[in-house]
Ligand binder design. Structure first.
Ligand code: HXC
Length: 536
């Protein structure tokens, strides 16, 4: 067993104390049953699980939850299948451990599939147990965490297994935006089984053991001829770097479960609760003079936007999500003045910080997640615009880019924007400009806010003058410089009220935290409707 693993230190009410066991045959029977259930798939299968570097479901819950807080629900549930030899099959807890516990003292509901029992496969009753904790979590406004390690729909149970998935998907959807739903992929997650995780808010994957795919390597080989391993097809790196399906990759079960505990420290229990405040000794007015010289004078030169984030938020509180996917945009959770916020930032180091299809999807979903769970949004802007090219146009950058506008305009949480450098055209608007709903817009003196960059603009509006000049190149340079002087700074936008204040970069934290504090009681309403129609 990996070192950090520990058994669930719960004291289920069903657990029998030793003296009583001797005396009462009914308690003895209960004890026998509990021991059988806790043995799950048996020593050999548990040994195999450990050999693969995986914990069992109960061990995982022991790591995830505060010690002694796990209250199991439905330990005695058994399958009711009889076809294909199932009447002879004993499946303790029907392969999934479900219940309630606490993380940092706050209630959470959990289910953990146990691969040692029928490969963690999902049959009718296994699904019913998951649905039960989904219902309880939704009714009581508490987060739900699913630890997935399963061969998918239990083949022997056929349509009842499929029906079980459908009921779970429905509950995932109904819970969306009401309670945080977090999934940890700690083993296989194959076929339609990937869709419950995909319907949740955040997916954490364990490298090397967690794998998600709709069709496995065998099917792919027979249909398309492609040869691929399970890990390259659906491992953590594939689902984070290539597909953007997952949000975090961790090196082990223990690391992944610790990450879930950390994630929850930024989140409220539900959509009507405020996120938890963590007292900080990091002064709100801590200056960060290093930011004064961060932005290179030459506006085409890159810099690391995470330096700004690290300086601005409470020390060490930035928790990046989806790192490795669409890295031209950075998203993550952080605290400012002790209160959780969502941070969005263009990354000038990658693709010059342009917005492309993947970055738009990443951004829009994160904004909606923050809005659902009362996390104010802090947006750092340095983008030359949407990425040009046929690949982007044919791929639907119009539709994907529109999601960003939609998400920001729809969000009612406090929204503070800081324009660091470039904010051009549609991307200026998309990155939470005043007009799409920013409550406060700050700009650094290095900000450039205009319809397009100086070179492009000069080429269009001074085309005639450039063409007819004796030296067109010299004229182009002159006109570009003229445009730059006139528009490539924050003061036109500030004069027109699109920027509230031009600030010293070294005081960014101070200004942003003060704005957030002032917005704490913000109330913003939208007209009643069933739901909007975000361009998906
Ligand atoms: C019943 C299953 C099972 C399943 C595994 N087992 N998957 N039993 N239904 N879906 C059982 C195995 O028979 C075996 O039992 C035990 O679990 C361990 O499985 P192994 O194959 O020995 O483990 P491993 O070699 O690690 O391989 C893991 C695996 C493989 C890659 C997940 O088991 C596999 O390919 N399973 C089937 C995956 C699949 O196609 N599922 C259906 C997807 S469709 P014994 O007794 O021998 O130990 C789906 C539809 C959902 O999920 C639709 C929702 C919309």
């Amino acid at each position: 067993m990996p070192k950090a693993a520990r058994q669930t230190s719960s004291e289920p009410s069903e657990r029998v104390h030793e003296g009583e066991e001797e005396q009462d045959p009914r308690l003895r029977e209960l004890s026998r049953r509990v021991h059988r259930i806790e043995a799950m798939g048996g020593a050999d299968r548990i040994e195999r699980q450990h050999r693969l570097g995986k914990l069992t479901a109960r061990e995982r819950l022991g790591v995830l939850l505060d010690p002694g807080t796990f209250e199991e629900i439905g330990a005695h549930v058994e399958h009711r299948a009889s076809d294909l030899g199932m009447d002879q099959v004993e499946a303790p807890a029907d392969g999934v451990v479900t219940g309630m516990g606490r993380i940092d003292g706050r209630v959470v509901y959990v289910f953990a599939q146990d691969f040692t029992v029928l490969g963690g496969s999902l049959g009718e009753m296994h699904a019913a147990k998951i649905q039960r904790v989904q219902d309880l979590a939704l009714k009581s406004g508490a987060p739900i965490i699913g630890l997935n390690d399963s061969g998918g729909a239990r083949i022997q149970e056929g349509v009842d297994a499929l029906n079980g998935y459908g009921e779970i998907f429905k509950r995932n959807t109904w819970s969306s935006g009401v309670i945080p739903q977090i999934t940890v992929i700690m083993g296989p997650s194959a076929g339609g089984a990937v869709y419950s995780p995909a319907l949740t808010d955040l997916i954490v994957m364990v490298r090397g053991t967690g794998q998600m795919f709709i069709t496995g390597p065998e099917v792919i080989k027979s249909v398309t001829g492609e040869v691929v391993t399970q890990e390259t097809l659906g491992g953590a790196d594939a689902q984070i770097r290539r597909s953007g399906v997952a949000h975090l990759a961790c090196g082990s079960d223990v690391e992944a479960l610790s990450a879930v505990r950390k994630l929850l420290s930024y989140l409220p229990a539900n959509n009507v609760e405020e996120p938890p405040v963590l007292l900080t000794d990091d002064p709100v007015d801590r200056p960060h003079p290093e930011l004064r010289h961060l932005v290179p004078a030459q506006s085409s030169k890159p810099y690391e936007v995470k330096t700004v984030i690290a300086a601005m938020v409470d020390r060490g509180s930035f928790f990046e999500l989806q790192e490795g996917y669409a890295d031209n945009l950075v998203i993550g959770l952080a605290r400012m003045g002790g209160r959780p916020v969502g941070v969005v930032a263009n990354q000038p180091k990658v693709l010059a910080g342009t917005l492309d299809i993947d970055a738009s999807d990443k951004l829009a979903r994160f904004v909606r997640f923050c809005d659902a769970f009362n996390l104010p949004l802090v947006t750092l802007v340095d983008t030359p615009g949407y990425l040009p090219g046929t690949q982007q146009e044919y791929g639907g950058i119009i539709r994907h880019g529109a999601k960003v506008l939609y998400a920001y305009a729809e969000a009612v949480v406090p929204k503070v924007t800081v324009i660091l450098r470039k904010a051009y055209g549609g991307a200026y608007l998309a990155m939470c400009s005043r007009s799409v709903g920013a409550d406060w817009v700050f700009a650094w003196p290095s900000a450039e806010i205009a319809v397009m960059g100086p070179e492009g603009a000069a080429n269009i509006i001074f085309r005639q003058a450039i063409r007819s000049a004796p030296d067109p190149d010299e004229m182009r340079q002159t006109k570009t410089e003229e445009y730059r002087q006139k528009f490539a700074h924050p003061y036109v936008a500030a004069r027109h009220g699109q920027v509230d204040a031009v600030i010293d970069p070294s005081a960014t934290r101070y200004h942003v935290v003060r704005a957030l504090m002032a917005l704490y009681n913000k109330r913003d309403e939208r007209p009643p409707r069933r739901h909007g129609n975000i361009p998906l």
